[in-house]
Design a protein around this ligand. Structure first.
Ligand SMILES: [Cu+2]
Length: 241
């Protein structure tokens, strides 16, 4: 076993990537928190769960305007910003997909302690190329980055939408009363759901995912203390396909 990289709380985070409109860096999204996960658009398992959770959380948060959910591809050979964003927008229009050079993606992952790599025929592949049927593996944590771009918390992707919403609500609080209210709604007119009905209408969709989330919530005793949203050390180094 190689020594796992660990996220370092308080660490300054910088990056130089791009969405489908152009360059995005740590100075983009001024005054917003970033919720960040790494993955790739053809991921069969972890990434759809993470992105589903992103979508549910954005619909449930008291103060969604205070945070930008970001999904960074670690498979830049196959994911350009356009492809990545059309994928992540399926889960929520507010999710920002970031692509970029292999070097710049690696630089960000290293700051976060996120790990990933490629395999072909069971062997590690250092330089993935287009058209080669390699597989991708990556660590599966969700990182919270403060408006001054420091890593402030880490969550297990299996925490579940309800527990993650609760953890983020504690950090983000409620929107300022005058003007900044989420009920303004006009920004999200593309997704057909009005903010008022969301708490109830959205519950239909939770289905199995919700039960799954509840189960994990119980296991982790989330809500008893602020640190419970953090994964155990073993989970922090966990990698999965
Ligand atoms: Cu994935």
């Amino acid at each position: 076993m190689i020594a796992p990289k660990q996220p370092v709380m308080g660490r300054r985070i910088t990056f130089d990537l791009e969405d489908e409109k152009g360059k995005v860096t740590q100075d983009s999204f001024r005054d917003k928190y970033l919720l960040l996960a790494v993955g790739y658009s053809s991921c069969p398992d972890i990434c759809p769960t993470t992105l589903f959770e992103y979508g549910e959380v954005m619909k449930a948060l008291k103060n969604p305007d205070a945070i930008v959910p970001v999904f960074v591809t670690i498979d830049p050979v196959n994911d350009d910003a356009k492809r990545l964003n059309s994928y992540v927008h399926f889960f929520d229009e507010r999710i920002v997909g970031l692509a970029g050079s292999a070097q710049n993606i690696r630089a960000l992952a290293d700051q976060l302690g996120a790990t990933y790599g490629y395999r072909l025929d069971g062997k590690k592949l250092d330089k993935p190329e287009k058209g080669v049927p390699y597989s991708v593996y990556h660590s599966a944590l969700i990182y919270l980055i403060s408006p001054d771009r420091r890593l402030v918390d880490v969550y297990d992707y299996q925490l579940g939408p309800e527990a993650l919403t609760q953890a983020l609500d504690e950090v983000l609080g409620e929107p300022a009363k005058a003007g900044g209210d989420a009920a303004g709604g006009m920004k999200h007119d593309g997704n057909m759901k009005d903010e008022g009905g969301m708490k109830h209408d959205g519950s239909m969709k939770h289905g199995g995912g919700m039960q799954d989330g509840m189960k994990h919530e119980g296991d982790m005793k989330h809500g008893d203390a602020s640190g419970d949203g953090k994964p155990a050390p073993a989970a922090a180094s966990g990698e999965a396909a």
